[in-house]
Write a protein that binds this ligand. Structure first.
Ligand code: UD1
Length: 363
C-alpha cells in the first residue's frame, strides 16, 4: 500500500513526526511525504523537521503565504499533480489548515481515500477558516481519527459514523516520546528566566492579531498579568504577529514583555514545562500545557478541546485586558487535573489499526 502524507504548517509537522514514522515502520507500506510550503521560514518549518527527525519531504509545493483562496488553490493543483503521478492508496491529512482541505479535496476528486487525523473538532464561529476546513475535510474523509470521544460525538451529530475511530492524540504520543529531551532548567538559564517564575504566552490567530483593538488588548492584558502577578511574561513572536505589531504602531507595548523569535518544539516544550502557566490562542499549545501539567488561559471565543475548559483546567478569554486578567486569576485557583482525556500515548498505532480496519480494505 502506498500512503502519501501532506503537511504544511507547524502543528502538522508535530503530528506527522509520529504518524509518518508509524506508517514507515509498516514494511509493506510505501510512504511519501509532501510539504505544501504554507510555513516556510527556518524557525517555522526546518527546525521541526530537524528536531523531530522527520525525513526530507519527497515533494515541496512552495505555496507560501497569501489569501485563503490563493493558498488553497495552489495546494490543490499541486496535490492533484502529485496524486496523479504517485497513484497512492490513501492520503493522510492533519488538522484544519488550508493545506489540509486542499489535499483532501484533490484526493477525493481522484477517488483516493482520505485519512483525517484530528477529526471531529468543532468550534464556533462556524465562519472561522479553520472550522470550514475541518467540517469539509471530515465530510470527504474515509477514515476519521478523533483525539477523544468528543470528536466521535461531534461527527455523529452530523451523521458521520462510518470510518470514525477514537485513536487518542498523536501530540500526546510525541510529548511522551520527546519528554526526556526537554531541558526546562537549561532553557530557562539560557533565556535568563527562573523556572516557575514566568508565564509562556503565544498569539498568532488572524482574528486576534489582524485587528488593532484585539492585538492592543492582548498585549495590554499580558503586560497587566506581568504587573499583577509579578511573573515575567515570555512571548515568542509569530511572524504574522510581529508584522501586525509594527503595522499598527504597537511596538512600544512589547517593551514591557520578554519577546523572542518563534521557537522550535523542544524549546517550546521545555519552556511549557518550566512555566507557571500558559496564555495562548494556539490549539496545540492548549493541549501541550495540559500534558505538561500546566493551566492555560485560551484567548479564543471557543475551543475544540472542551474537556479542558469544562473541567476548569483551561479557561477561555477575550482579547482584552480585563478578560485576560480575570482568566489568569481563574487558572490560579486550584482544580483537579482531568486524567487521560486524549489517550494513552498509542494514538499513532491506533491510527494505523484504524486504516487496516477499513471495511473497503485500503490495503
Ligand atoms: C495557519 C492555519 C492556522 C494555524 C497556523 C499556525 C489556516 C487557515 N490556518 O494559518 O490554523 O494556527 O497556520 O501558525 O491554514 N509567515 C512567515 N513565515 C512563515 C509562515 C508565515 O513570515 O514561515 C507569515 C506570513 O507572511 C503571514 C503569516 O505569517 O503574514 C501567516 O502565518 P500563519 O498565521 O501561521 O499562517 P496561516 O496559514 O494563516
Amino acid at each position: 500500500m502506498k500512503v502519501v502524507s501532506l503537511v504544511g504548517a507547524r502543528p502538522q509537522f508535530v503530528k506527522e513526526a509520529l504518524v509518518g514514522e508509524a506508517v514507515r515502520r509498516f514494511d509493506a507500506w510505501h510512504h511519501i511525504l509532501v510539504h505544501s510550503g504554507q510555513h516556510y521560514d527556518g524557525n517555522m518549518s526546518d527546525i521541526f523537521f530537524q528536531e523531530l527527525g522527520i525525513p526530507r519531504p519527497d515533494y515541496h509545493l512552495g505555496i507560501g503565504s497569501g489569501s485563503h483562496a490563493h493558498m488553497t488553490a495552489a495546494a490543490l493543483t499541486g496535490m492533484e499533480e502529485i496524486l496523479l503521478e504517485e497513484k497512492p492508496d490513501a492520503l493522510l491529512v492533519y488538522g484544519d489548515t488550508n493545506t489540509t482541505l486542499a489535499g483532501a479535496l484533490a484526493a477525493t476528486k481522484l477517488h483516493v481515500p482520505v485519512i483525517h487525523v484530528e477529526a471531529g473538532i468543532r468550534m464556533r464561529p462556524r465562519t472561522m477558516p479553520e472550522e470550514i476546513n475541518r467540517v469539509l475535510t471530515d465530510r470527504i474523509s474515509s477514515v476519521m481519527c478523533c483525539c477523544s470521544e468528543l470528536g466521535r460525538h461531534n461527527l455523529a451529530a452530523e451523521g458521520l459514523s462510518n470510518g470514525v475511530y477514537v485513536t487518542g492524540d498523536v501530540m500526546y504520543d510525541l510529548f511522551l516520546r520527546m519528554r526526556p529531551r526537554f531541558t526546562p532548567d537549561e532553557t530557562c538559564t539560557a533565556m535568563s528566566l527562573c523556572p516557575g517564575e514566568f508565564a509562556l504566552a503565544t498569539l498568532h490567530r488572524d482574528y486576534n492579531v489582524d485587528t488593532p483593538a484585539s492585538l492592543r488588548g492582548m498585549l495590554e492584558g499580558l503586560a497587566a498579568v506581568q504587573e499583577i502577578s509579578g511573573l515575567a511574561v515570555l512571548l515568542p513572536l509569530h511572524p504574522r504577529t510581529r508584522k501586525r505589531v509594527r503595522e499598527f504602531g504597537l511596538t512600544p507595548l512589547l517593551t514591557a514583555l520578554r519577546t523572542c523569535d518563534p521557537i522550535g518544539y523542544l524549546e517550546a516544550m521545555s519552556l511549557t514545562c518550566a512555566a507557571r502557566f500558559v496564555i495562548t490562542d494556539s490549539g496545540g499549545l492548549q493541549k501541550e500545557a495540559y500534558y505538561a501539567g500546566k493551566r492555560c488561559a485560551v484567548m479564543m471565543p471557543d475551543t475544540g478541546w472542551r474537556e479542558l475548559t469544562d473541567s476548569g483546567w483551561s479557561t477561555l478569554c477575550n482579547p482584552d485586558r480585563e478578560s485576560i486578567v480575570q482568566a489568569v486569576s481563574r487558572i490560579m485557583t486550584p482544580v483537579a487535573c482531568p486524567n487521560g482525556i486524549y489517550g494513552n500515548g498509542k494514538a499513532s498505532e491506533n491510527i494505523i489499526s484504524a486504516v487496516l480496519q477499513m471495511p473497503c480494505s485500503l490495503t
